[in-house]
Design a protein around this ligand. Structure first.
Ligand code: ACO
Ligand code: KIV
Length: 613
């Protein structure tokens, strides 16, 4: 890596404004309990922490960036992230995440793989139409909307058909270049792969798309000379960004940094395009590899919120962005991004809710414990000066007190306060959605003294952002205890408004209720995962349930001539103060997702002229 990229620069010091916290015993006891969750409510400006963003973004030109230190953030939560088992999101949820990503200030949103299903095509198209044209977005910033495609005409046509509605559309096409992928997966020679890559990049350009990204899949395990050759040919064919994927997370940071440096030094025409990284996390090195790539010259970094993605996931947006923000000036060559980091926490929570993939508590930046100080010596240090144990300011990533705006929501609150609080949390709801949400909120507020931000986020995911409703929950009645088997009676309502009631026994109340649901819907379902968390503390906490299910009939997707089937899992979330109701809501959410998917999945065969071009 070039040493010039590690130039030191001075810290910017600002005045501290500490709230005086004397460690008298009673107060200390209080602190021991509450410091883990709420210490950050003591506002403080600190000298070594990152300051709030005030970023000027260079004008977007596909193949160049006017400021050599600006790094584009390409978010692939909605494509690679959605490849995580169980993470399938509804169209409405994908749109909502895209809106959040625009607020976060990502440069490019990879919204999906339009050829993979009619549902994904529609989702990408909708995102292109709405988010890709939203002049009201974050500081007037409109992100590029990108769709992924294999190197064949049908995939590229689908991608273009969906993204072309955006102000700044991009097609991302890929083909594998490692020996193992070419020989066993593609069954193609090197020459055939080069021909396919170049003809398809040129085809994408011929459709009128002036922003085409090309990825040599499994670049991390590909022969270097072959990489330089195919990348050079892709540039000649019209690629504007060359993405270098470490598809199986095989490389280590020094190696990946060197790969980028070598590509930069040896690929003809590389100075006319942007180099990008795409690092998977199989060895837990994705963030480190991504940063090494940036230091070696990559100016687009592909990442996902919470690091979700195929297998062990991708480099996580929050880690890469905060590393650049926190250490960029000192040791990462002054590189910077256009991310409004204050939207990191709302984005993380939204993706966690919609995908059902829970963030591990000790996850860097966004984990529940990332700003928790458990041990006495640390707490003592924190009380004396926050810089002792904190390198990122929680306020800088949007971690806030529960009622920063002074609004305390309770049973006497109205729609204005609720709407304004939801906006603060990143959810813009109106009309019927607001009305439905308001009454759901009221029913909780009647039972709970104070409805917190986390409660609201859980309710939002449960009430407003459910997938297309095939079955709606009516009532649930449970009898349980140690005298006999638990019994559940469940009422569900179908789309025609017909009520269906069933009773069942089970090993516990949730089991009994799920069996009663199964009796009504008559679709074989396997429950793969079930987890419940209290969203807030106390006996009146909202219980948030996450489940993932699989239908016993495999979901056959686009099987073409091979007859291959795709096993798909579906997640659902539910929230309620009653644990059984919360569990049933989550189960029905997942079930609705599965039934909607079955309806939407495209079962068309490949047209004659579609695959081999
Ligand atoms: C590294 C990555 O993350 S790549 C992105 C991975 N994401 C996904 O696969 C999710 C979406 N995928 C899907 O919905 C389906 O796989 C589809 C619709 C794309 C294709 O489905 P099918 O037509 O049934 O093919 P299937 O997935 O079984 O096999 C893939 C085919 O594409 C070929 N292929 C794989 N990559 C490429 C490529 N980049 N360019 C051209 N062909 C490719 C394979 O060789 C195989 O061809 P074959 O049928 O002649 O053997
Ligand atoms: C499609 C490419 C960029 C990919 O996801 C990978 O190689 O991991």
């Amino acid at each position: 890596m070039s040493s010039s990229l590690f130039a030191n620069s001075a810290f910017s010091h600002s005045t501290t404004n500490n709230v005086s916290l004397q460690s008298k015993t009673p107060f200390r006891n209080f602190l021991t309990l509450s410091i883990k969750k709420h210490y950050y409510s003591y506002a403080n400006t600190l000298c070594i922490r990152c300051s709030i963003n005030n970023i000027q973004r260079p004008e977007y030109i596909p193949s160049k960036i006017s400021d050599p230190k600006y790094v584009r953030i390409f978010d692939t939560t909605l494509r690679d992230g959605e490849q995580s088992p169980g993470a399938t999101m509804s169209t409405k949820q994908k749109l909502e995440v895209a809106r959040q990503l625009a607020k976060l200030g990502v440069d490019i949103i990879e919204a999906g793989f339009p050829a993979s299903s009619d549902a994904d095509f529609e989702a990408v198209k909708l995102i292109a139409e709405e988010i890709g044209n939203d002049e009201q977005g974050y500081l007037g910033h409109v992100p590029v909307i990108c769709g992924l495609s294999r190197c064949n005409k049908r995939d590229i046509d689908k991608a273009w058909g969906a993204v072309k509605y955006a102000k700044k559309p991009r097609i991302h096409t890929f083909i594998a270049t490692s020996e193992i992928h070419m020989k066993y997966k593609l069954k193609m020679s090197k020459d055939e792969v080069v021909e396919k890559a170049t003809s398809m990049v040129a085809y994408a350009r011929s459709l009128g798309c002036d922003d085409v990204e090309f990825s040599p899949e499994d670049a991390g395990r590909s022969d270097r000379e072959f990489l330089y050759h195919i990348l050079g040919e892709a540039i000649k064919a019209g690629a504007t960004t060359l993405n270098i994927p470490d598809t199986v997370g095989y490389t280590v940071p020094s190696e990946f940094g060197q790969l980028i440096a070598d590509i930069k030094a040896n690929t003809p025409g590389i100075e006319n395009v942007i180099i990008s990284t795409h690092c998977q996390n199989d060895l837990g090195l994705s963030t480190a590899n991504t940063l090494a790539g940036a230091c070696a010259g990559a100016r687009q970094l592909e990442v996902t919120i919470n690091g979700i993605g195929e297998r062990a996931g991708n480099a996580s947006l929050e880690e890469v962005v905060m590393a650049l923000k926190c250490r960029g000036e000192q040791v990462l060559g002054g590189l910077y991004t256009g991310i409004n980091t204050q939207h990191i926490i709302p984005s993380s929570k939204m993706v966690e809710e919609y995908t059902g993939l829970q963030v591990q508590p000790h996850k860097a930046i966004v984990g529940a414990n990332a700003f928790a100080h458990e041990s006495g010596i640390h707490q003592d240090g924190m009380l004396k000066h926050k810089d002792t144990y904190e390198i990122v300011s929680p306020e800088d990533i949007g971690l806030r007190r529960s009622n920063e705006a002074g609004i305390v929501l309770g049973k006497l609150s109205g729609r204005h306060a609720l709407k304004s609080k939801m906006l603060e949390l990143g959810y813009d709801i109106d009309g019927k959605e607001l009305e439905d949400f308001f009454w759901r909120f009221k029913s909780v507020a009647e039972k709970k003294k104070k409805v917190t931000d986390d409660d609201l986020i859980a309710l939002m995911s449960d009430e407003v952002l459910q997938p297309q409703v095939v079955w709606r929950l009516g009532d649930v009645q449970i009898t349980c205890g140690s005298l006999g088997l638990s019994t559940a009676t469940v009422k569900l309502i179908n789309t025609d408004g017909q009520e269906h009631i069933a009773c069942s026994v089970g090993t516990g109340p949730v089991d009994a209720a799920y069996k009663a649901v199964d009796l009504i819907v008559k679709v074989p379902i396997t429950l793969l995962e079930y987890s419940m968390n209290a969203v807030t503390e106390g006996i009146d906490a909202i219980a948030s349930t996450k489940v993932s299910i699989r239908g016993e009939d495999e979901h056959t997707v686009m099987n073409g001539s091979t007859g291959q089937t795709l096993h798909r899992t579906f997640s659902g979330t539910g929230a309620d103060m009653d644990v059984v109701m919360s569990s049933v809501r989550a189960y029905i959410g997942a079930l609705n997702k599965m039934l909607s998917f079955e309806k939407l999945v495209s079962r068309y065969d490949k047209p004659e002229d579609s695959v081999v071009v």
